[in-house]
Each structure stands twice: as C-alpha cells, then as structure tokens.
Design a protein around this ligand. Sequence first.
Ligand SMILES: Nc1ncnc2c1ncn2[C@@H]1O[C@H](COP(=O)(O)OP(=O)(O)O)[C@@H](O)[C@H]1O
Ligand SMILES: [Mg+2]
Length: 358
Amino acid sequence: MIFDLLKINNVRNISDAYIEPNAFLNIVIGPNASGKTALLEAIHLLARAKSFRTPRIKDVIQYNKKELQVVADIKNHQKAVISTGIEKSHGSTLVRYNSMPVKTISNQANNIPLVLITPDSHQLVTGSPKQRRHWLDWAMFHVEQTYLRDWKAYHKALRNRNIVLKNGGNNQQISSWESCMLDSAEVLNTLRREFIEKLSTQFSKLLVDQLPGEIRIVFDSGYPDKVDFAEYLAEHREQDRKLGYTRFGSHKADIRFMVDENKIAQVYSRGQIKRFVTLILLAQARTFELINQEKPVFLIDDYGAELDSQARADLLSSVVAYGGQIFITSTEKDESLSSLEEISMFHVERGNFNKVVK
Ligand SMILES: Nc1ncnc2c1ncn2[C@@H]1O[C@H](COP(=O)(O)OP(=O)(O)O)[C@@H](O)[C@H]1O
Ligand SMILES: [Mg+2]
C-alpha cells in the first residue's frame, strides 16, 4: 500500500499541508521542532486514530483549533485509488474509507498497515515484557485474522478469573474460567509461535553480517514449557487467591532477543540495538507482505540519531532494499541520503512542507 496524496490540517504545528509523496522513498528534512514527527503522527492518526506520542488528542490538535483532519489517497497492490480520512475533535472521531464510515478502528488499521520506528523503538529490546507483548499483538493482529477474537476471549476469561480470585469464589467458579483461558491460550500460543518462526526466517534473510554473534528470537508462552497449563493454573490457585490475580498465562508471554547465550539488551551497544530493532521491524513488514501480498508503509522518525556514518549507511541500505513506501525524517541531509535515487525530498519549516526540486 502507498500514499499517493496527503492533506493534513491542524496536527500540531501543521496548519495546512498538501504532500504528494513518492511511491518509494520520501525524505523529510527540517530543523528541530519544524514538524517532522508531526507528519508521521498525522499518518499514524489516519491509520490508528491515535498518536504514538500521547494518548491525549488534546496534545495533538493545533492550539486554539477545534479539530484536526488528515485525508489521503492511497493505492493498494491492485493499484486502485481509495480516498480515506479522519476528523478528530475533542469529543468525536470520524473515519471514512472509500466514502464509507469506518466503525471500528481495527478495520482502518487493517486498511492502512504501518510499521513505525522512532528513537524510542530500542524499547522493544530494552523495555518491559509488556512493551514487547504490545508490539507482538499488533504485528499478529495484522497478519492473523482470528487473532483479535482469541485475544479478547483469553482476556475476558482472565479478567473473570481474577475477579473470582479476589472475591473469594469457589474452586468450581475459578476452574470454569480456567478452562476458557486454556482454550484461547492454546490458540494464541500456536499463532504466536508460528509468527515468531516466520519473523525469524525473514530476519535471517536480512541480517547479512550487520551484527555480531548468533542471534535467536525465542518465544516465552507465559508459563513453563512442557507443563499442562490447566494443571499448572490449578496448582497455583491458592497462591493466586492470596495475591488476587493470575500470575501465569498468555498475558505474561514475552519474546527473548538473544545473541549467543545472552540477552541482546545486556550485550549490544545502543547503536547495535537500534540496528537490530530496525531489522526486526523490516522482518515484520516482510512477514506481513508474505501473508497479505501488501507492503506496509514504513515510517522512520529521526533516522540516524545516535548512529555513526557507517551504521547509518548500512541501515539505509537494508531499508531501501525493502522496496515499499518509506518516510524518513532527519535533521540533516547526510551523504548516504543524498546518494539515493528514486526519492522525493521535502523541506519542512514551521509546519510547511516543500518538495525539493532536483
Ligand atoms: N498542539 C499543538 N499545536 C501547535 N503546535 C504544537 C502543538 N504541539 C506541539 N506543537 C509544536 O509543533 C512543532 C513540531 O513538533 P515536532 O513535529 O515534534 O518537531 P520535529 O519532529 O520536527 O522536531 C514544535 O514546535 C512544537 O512545539
Ligand atoms: Mg521529531
């Protein structure tokens, strides 16, 4: 999928922007606080109805304005041009896709698949299991149609088990929720494991001597391997009762990124982690493409921050080889960017975007 046209109103300092992006690479250059991240935020808003920087829409709508608007023409792999847009005020959200109102945001997220890299993306490696699960859930939601349904079923059963635990319910009540958890946990585990395998395959194709050591991506299901989950839950019931919540299960799943026998977070430098995460997200985009025959749009904010020139050049060559539509923001136009062909360059200043004519 690609963006053919973007119109943005009242997103942060972007009052009124009209951008015709390239189908391939779009480089957005501008000084600090010019509106680079705001552009990516606007694209993210259109796809997910929220920002990646703040949960509060108030922060994103331009000061003294009532609503923001992002409208786009997009092209899918069948080359059909579809118009889509979002209007968001303090109290309401309106999303349209192909002239029809979109009722659930997850449908719109499916219409506009994005992969985002920001200076915070290293948290996929260095952050909490919760952050990794959040990423895994989104990645899986995009490639597996039934995932959201099973995820919801699991969490409903989990919430109910926790309520019964807290209220001192009897074993029969608890065990009935456990069997619901068990059913969906098995499905989630299988789907998650399959996804991690596909991701690892794509990752190993991308990783050509960029990072040292033998890298492995290991899935943790949230309870010990080789135990019967139903029995395991039953065995831990009494202690879960005392705590008032469920300690084991799919809601505690994690992904371990390993190099040789260590966690990547404990061994790699910050720059190496950043390159690793970029490669993982590229592998995610390729996995998506294999399943959906569509390339997600890649958004890279502040590309090159914290990297030396060699690392920047390596990273850029992996990203360029992706072949889908890419938006890269940077404060500087460095050498590796200047040498690229088939690109559009935009200068941004005070929320105004101008295409640089070559
Ligand atoms: N709600 C808002 N209304 C208007 N301007 C805002 C709002 N929120 C932030 N800004 C301003 O928008 C500008 C662009 O921010 P940002 O996109 O983060 O810049 P960049 O990524 O180029 O460094 C900044 O000057 C910031 O102060
Ligand atoms: Mg920024």
